[in-house]
Design a protein around this ligand. Structure first.
Ligand code: PXL
Length: 284
């Protein structure tokens, strides 16, 4: 069978294990080719570090895409994450239009907010721009904050139930092309996970694990990359969210046990063998 190929459009934060430095190894471990379109190079990610370098690569996005087009490169999926400006949103939307083939899955993680707050580096109207990019996406992966910001709704905090989440998932499915994974969902003290909805089948899915206290940077991208890999390996959405939750939580637990600085990213590498087994890769 032909190897699957993903175009991953994120920044490279050289240190701190997020965006492209996690998408590459995780997709590769699943046997998927990960073609990278770096939107910026930073010495570290922006979460908790000061004085980091930042080289914007916005100007390079279109020439790289044009060259790929001239070579005739196609993608089974396009996966975008952290994008830093309206101009980048526009360029990535154009990339989706240009490279969407008959069977290409377009997956957008609208990274921009958490815990009820837009990240400090984004303008107040950024969520509307991100919602436009989601309109072009087959699958979106917001957390509860990003979901409510894009829908222009109030953030519920911890005050919600299953009925609220299922209605929210339906509204989100109208914002995109029909499949939604909502992260950071909890119905029970001490448990945290994800919910999914596929509007083509009407199926909801849930995956929960024991909640680990502390905010570990880059875990959204570890989760998103594992999810994209599991979907491309043919797992139904409701199974893919479980594989991604287990992989992420196992990685966080190991990192917490090691006492690592929470800004440094999680030790997902040790979990790759288990992840590979779960997506159907076996040593021959
Ligand atoms: O997706 C997380 C992420 C990616 N890239 C950069 C970031 C962050 C989170 O803060 O700062 C540059």
């Amino acid at each position: 069978m032909a190897q699957k190929r993903v175009a991953a459009i994120h920044d490279i934060s050289c240190f701190g294990k997020c965006s492209l430095t996690v998408a590459l190894p995780i997709l590769s471990a699943a046997g998927i080719e990960c073609t990278v379109l770096p939107t910026a190079v930073l010495s570290t990610h922006t979460g908790g570090f000061t004085g980091y370098t930042f080289r914007d690569l916005t100007e390079d996005v279109k020439p790289i895409a044009d060259h790929w087009k001239s070579v005739g490169i196609g993608f089974d999926a396009i996966y975008s994450g952290y994008l830093g400006s309206f101009e980048q949103l526009k360029l990535v939307g154009d990339f989706y239009d240009e490279f969407r083939g008959k069977d290409t899955l377009v997956i957008t993680d609208p990274v921009m907010a958490d815990n009820g707050k837009l990240y400090a580096s984004f303008a107040k109207d950024f969520p509307q721009g991100m919602a436009k990019l989601c309109e072009k996406s087959d699958i979106i992966i917001p957390n509860l904050t990003e979901a409510t910001l894009m829908l222009g709704e109030e953030y519920p905090g911890d005050d919600y139930d299953r009925n609220y989440i299922e209605k929210l998932l339906k509204r989100l499915s109208s914002l995109c092309r029909g499949k939604v994974v909502l992260t950071g969902v909890s119905f029970e003290e001490g448990k945290l996970g994800s919910a999914s909805y596929d509007s083509t089948t009407g199926d909801y899915g849930y995956a929960f694990a024991d909640k680990i206290d502390g905010y570990y940077h880059g875990t959204g991208d570890v989760y998103g990359s594992a999810l994209v890999a599991a979907i491309l390996k043919g797992k139904p959405l409701s199974d893919a969210i479980g594989i991604a939750v287990d992989f992420t939580v196992e990685s966080i637990a190991r990192t917490k046990a090691a006492g690592t600085d929470i800004r440094f990213g999680v030790d997902f590498e040790e979990s790759l063998p288990n992840f590979m087994k779960n997506v159907g890769i076996s040593a021959k």
